[in-house]
Design a protein around this ligand. Structure first.
Ligand code: C2E
Ligand code: CA
Ligand code: CA
Length: 341
């Protein structure tokens, strides 16, 4: 019973505060964090089961937001949870039911206009859910570790696709595949990649693995030996979404990367904001000076492309060149593009 919700919050704060100092148990000192989910009768549940279930959902939300906090349940949390559960249920059968596909988005050399590679992008079409965006299902796939078999499947698809492209006389083209941290954390990840290269016969120098900036910075210690092995095989590493999170420039020098993929937000700012445009130009130069290949992603306007070329960006990817295309349209696109460039 309470008069105002603030009373509930200050009660929660009080609980968290009471765990604030370390506890001494025997010889050991332990620190405990508290995550609290709050559900209120009757609006958040009409019986104990409902209340506890909803408090539980809110508690997971509290954990997600960094622990040591409290969160009040709301209906949209429940809806999001149901959506995730639905995605999970259907994703489990996605490979077997042939629902996954890989699209390829061209990357061109800024100076010559020649297509230098493709980024492999996963697509999922489920009979009940329709097309689901990777932005929605990759997170679920990661939480459930379904990303491991799915990621292997994408690598296999992309490498055998590229091998076929090479056989069609477009030899000097590479493929970039997005890799999740959970794949990299598997001890045998480098073996998995090596097996795929062996079985498809693809030369490792044409494979690039894209790893997002935040992951690489956070988990570098636990994945560095895996990365070293991959580098020794001759595979390239791209730092994806550069600039989107917290870019630690001093760290950048130590990372074993070949390509810097500048995030779309920097490309968007080229036209809208002069100071930020200058910043984008400086990032391009920084990458150049470090001996990296600099690629701009999400390029949609000719003006952006001109600016990037003027500032020495090496590669361009985005709707201005092409949207991601299904494998069976790539050869046609390649021929048409080569004729006009
Ligand atoms: P990402 O790696 O940053 O991929 C770029 C996203 O931007 C893609 O979205 C692409 O379709 C979109 N894009 C490309 N050019 C433009 C443009 O000019 N304008 C705009 N507005 N968008 C553009 P998509 O395919 O929806 O993929 C979203 C994200 O899902 C990817 O972001 C990537 O992080 C993840 N993802 C996709 N495929 C895989 C995969 O096979 N494995 C893993 N682990 N993640 C994947
Ligand atoms: Ca990417
Ligand atoms: Ca990206």
């Amino acid at each position: 019973e309470y008069d105002h919700i603030d009373e509930v919050y200050s009660y929660a704060k009080e609980i968290i505060r009471s765990f604030g100092s370390p506890l001494k148990i025997g010889e050991n000192t332990i620190c405990i964090t508290v995550s609290i989910g709050i559900a209120i009768y009757p609006s958040n549940g009409k019986n104990i089961e409902e209340l506890i279930r909803n408090a539980d959902i809110a508690m997971y939300k509290a954990k997600e937001s960094g622990k040591n906090c409290y969160v009040l349940f709301s209906e949209d949390m429940h809806e999001r949870l149901m959506e995730r559960m639905l995605i999970e249920k259907h994703l489990r059968g996605a490979i077997e039911n042939n629902e996954l596909d890989v699209y390829y988005q061209p990357q061109v050399d800024a100076m010559t206009g020649i297509i230098s590679g493709f980024e492999a992008l996963l697509r999922w079409n489920n009979s009940e859910l329709g097309f689901v965006s990777p932005l929605k299902f990759i997170g679920v796939a990661e939480e459930t570790r379904l990303i491991n078999p799915i990621g292997t499947w994408v690598l296999q698809k992309a490498c055998s696709f590229l091998k076929k492209v090479h056989e069609n006389e477009c030899c000097d083209i590479s493929v970039a595949v997005n890799i999740s941290i959970f794949q990299l954390l598997q001890e045998n990840f480098a073996d998995v990649v090596e097996d795929i290269l062996d079985s498809t016969g693809l030369d490792p120098e044409y494979l690039e693995l894209e790893i997002t900036e935040s992951i690489l910075m956070d988990s570098y210690k636990s994945i560095s030996s895996s990365l070293d092995r991959l580098k020794k095989l001759g595979i390239k590493i791209a730092l994806d979404d550069f600039g989107k999170g917290y870019s630690s420039l001093s760290y950048l020098k130590q990372l074993p990367i070949d390509t810097l993929k500048i995030d779309k937000c920097f490309i968007d700012s080229i036209q809208s904001d002069k100071d930020n445009a200058d910043l984008t130009g400086m990032i391009v130069k920084l990458g150049q000076n470090m001996g990296l290949t600099v690629l701009a992603e999400g390029v949609e306007e000719q003006e952006q492309m001109n600016y990037l070329i003027k500032n020495g960006c090496h590669k361009i990817q985005g709707y201005l060149i092409s949207r991601p295309l299904p494998a069976n349209e790539i050869l046609r696109f390649y021929k048409e593009w080569s004729l006009s460039h």
